[in-house]
Design a protein around this ligand. Structure first.
Ligand SMILES: C[S@@+](CC[C@H](N)C(=O)[O-])C[C@H]1O[C@@H](n2cnc3c(N)ncnc32)[C@H](O)[C@@H]1O
Length: 222
């Protein structure tokens, strides 16, 4: 193994340890602020509306965390499965009755109609390899929910959260929404929906594999 590969692995394992530290204790008491809960509710509302327009049967939630987004898929009746690198997150999801496995997206091999992920990519210094793993697992769609650092509230809220919660925050990079759109395009996935959520603090970005979507261009909103 090259020195470069070893260093890369070390960096990843450190980030994965940080996630485990973030969730530790959540199996007895969930660490979610009232604001956090409101954000998930807003995501649920937008997701439910969007999913009704898609032909999707099965979903994988990559980085299922405490299961809030996966629960939306479950409630809507999709065959759903979640993976995460944090053992505590997996315990929390199992306690909620979700079908999950302790697994990194890099290790997963099964294919899904929809590969979904909320709040994971922005924590990587270079998110493209992780995005490529998500695309590899998708037979049609990838849906990511990303913070929008370009909006006023998207700039303000993370700053306030860091002031209030300090070390409890897992550091993120302030990618632009267009960075995600460009990288997915470069890898053969076209943006189909770009939906502002919770005062535009987040965007739901829905991508479709280019060889699937030629005859079905959806309307974009921004
Ligand atoms: C912001 S949290 C997700 C919260 C989640 N959306 C929810 O509904 O509770 C991001 C999650 O991604 C997980 N993660 C990070 N890198 C990962 C990887 N390579 N494969 C799978 N999960 C990963 C972290 O452990 C963390 O739980």
């Amino acid at each position: 193994m090259s020195v470069k590969a070893t260093k890369k692995e070390e960096r990843f394992s450190t980030l994965y340890d940080i996630w485990e530290r973030r969730w530790v204790g959540s199996d007895s008491e969930e660490k979610l602020t009232r604001l956090g809960l409101q954000m998930f509710k807003a995501k649920e509302k937008s997701l439910s509306k969007l999913l009704g327009t898609l032909d999707v049967k099965n979903v994988i939630e990559v980085g299922c965390g405490l299961g809030h987004i996966q629960m939306v898929y479950k409630k809507l009746g999709y065959s759903n499965f979640g993976i995460d690198v944090s053992p505590t997150a997996i315990t929390v999801c199992r306690n909620k009755g979700l079908d999950v496995e302790l697994c990194a997206v890099e290790e997963e091999t099964r294919k899904f109609d929809l590969v979904s992920s909320d709040g994971m990519l922005e924590h990587f210094l270079n998110f493209e390899p992780m995005a490529q793993h998500m695309m590899r697992l998708s037979s049609r769609y990838v849906l990511i929910i990303q913070p929008n650092h370009g909006s006023f509230m998207g700039k303000t809220l993370p700053y306030l959260a860091e002031l209030l919660r300090g070390d409890d925050i897992v550091m993120e990079y302030n990618y632009r929404i267009d960075d995600f759109i460009d990288i997915f395009k470069r890898n053969g996935f076209t943006i189909r929906q770009n939906i502002p959520v919770f005062m535009d603090v987040f965007r739901i970005l829905l991508f479709e594999r280019d060889d699937e979507g030629q005859d079905n261009p959806s309307i974009l909103s921004s």
